[in-house]
Each structure stands twice: as C-alpha cells, then as structure tokens.
Design a protein. Sequence first.
Length: 61
Amino acid sequence: MDNTLNTQENAPLPQQPAVQDKQPEKKKGGEEFSIAWHIKVLAVIYVILGILYFVLKLTLK
C-alpha cells in the first residue's frame, strides 16, 4: 500500500514543473513590450514634444 501511495503522490510532481517551464517562456516574449516599456516610450515622446513646443514658441514670437 505504501508503494501505491508514493507513486500516486509522485505522479503529479513531474507535471507541475512542465507547467512552470511554459510560463517563463511567455513572459520572455512579452517583456519587450511590457507596460514599463510603453511608459518609457511615451515619456520620450512627451519630452520631444515639449522641446519642439519651446522651440516653436521662441521662433514664432
């Protein structure tokens, strides 16, 4: 009886790491375009727009 209980308890263990291995692969593909990346791109765009605004404001006086 102990052998059947041990094999039943050990059977799900190999399946769990397989599920965990798939999750980091998905994260690696999505890290390029994460929320932080989008915020950085928007910050750069706003800085460029701000610089253009001040240049145009000074030149069109």
